[in-house]
Design a protein around this ligand. Structure first.
Ligand code: NAP
Length: 273
């Protein structure tokens, strides 16, 4: 068993901490809002008072935070985790922050601390059940060292050097979100031309957007529109002058969503009058 710290017990970090505890690992957690550690404390986690305290004595530290600013604050802010990571520790960065932020982070860690970027595909239900798709980037030796921990969370794919997992995650989410917005638009067309929702979904399921239909109608996922909007911002930031007009349009659709806190599947449900 591996001594693990999980920094960030939001939707995904909380589910990941629960899963690691269920697999028998000793887990210490920290979260900016302490009340969000309560469920995982009851499940057996030790709760630390600061990021630095959480990583003391652990072999693996996981960050699962909202965005690049949150990762920066938790690692390098007051009582930040980075300076407290002992040589030989592996930091597994699982948030969706994009490859630029991961590479910047790699250059700021103390000597002897290993970094694996490991963002995930799949939402909270998949995390709780160990059915995520883990997209890993980093030196082979570091990825192999944390592989048993990551394998508890789902299927691990090693994409290449540091930042390659974060890069692959942006490719996946660009396609996922364009697909979900595409299904939402097709349903808008269906309503306009008088095709009922169930028939339209049945037809779409067998067409080119078929793979997006289950996610666009999922009831057991909790990936809010705000985080999806953040992800497409990261995608566009990486493009450096190249345009991706459909991604840009999908991001505009997310910005216009009526409830930014709701799961992205709500994009496909008509607004109530
Ligand atoms: P969430 O529930 O909103 O949790 C976000 C976490 O980040 C919380 O622990 C929050 O702390 C923390 N945080 C935010 N700003 C912070 C700051 N300035 N300083 C310290 N902590 C800060 O989000 P989530 O759904 O778990 O997503 C986490 C990451 O996984 C995101 O990068 C997301 O894009 C990615 N992801 C999400 C899903 C999904 O289905 N939800 C799926 C795949 C990947 P507080 O509790 O104090 O706010």
């Amino acid at each position: 068993m591996t001594k693990i710290a999980v920094l960030g017990t939001g939707r995904m970090g909380g589910a990941i901490a629960h899963r690691l505890l269920a697999c028998g690992h000793p887990v210490t957690v920290w979260n900016r809002t302490p009340s969000r550690t309560e469920a995982v404390r009851r499940a057996g986690a030790h709760v630390a008072a600061s990021p630095a305290e959480a990583v003391a004595g652990v072999e693996v530290a996981v960050t699962m935070l909202a965005d690049p600013a949150a990762v920066d604050a938790v690692l390098f802010g007051p009582d930040g985790a980075a300076a407290a990571l002992a040589p030989g520790t592996c930091l597994v960065e699982m948030s969706t922050i994009g490859p630029a932020a991961v590479r910047a982070l790699a250059g700021r860690l103390p000597e002897g601390v290993h970094l694996v970027d490991a963002p995930v595909g799949g939402s909270v239900t998949a995390a709780a059940a160990g059915r995520l798709r883990v997209l890993a980037g980093g030196p082979t030796a570091a990825v192999e060292r944390v592989a048993p921990v990551l394998a508890a969370l789902g299927a691990v794919r090693h994409l290449g050097a540091t930042g390659s997992g974060a890069a692959a995650k942006l490719v996946l989410n660009a396609a996922l979100l364009v697909g979900v917005v595409g299904v939402a638009d097709a349903l808008t067309v269906a309503r306009a031309v008088g095709v009922d929702r169930d028939t339209a979904l049945d037809l779409l399921d067998a067409g080119p957007l078929g793979a997006a239909v289950p996610r666009a109608t999922a009831a057991d996922a909790d990936f809010p529109v705000t985080l999806a909007h953040k992800d497409l911002g990261l995608v566009l930031d990486e493009l450096a002058g190249v345009d991706a007009p459909v991604v840009r349009a999908a991001r505009a659709a997310l910005a216009a969503a009526s409830d930014p806190t709701a799961d992205i599947a709500t994009l496909t449900t008509p607004e109530q009058p």
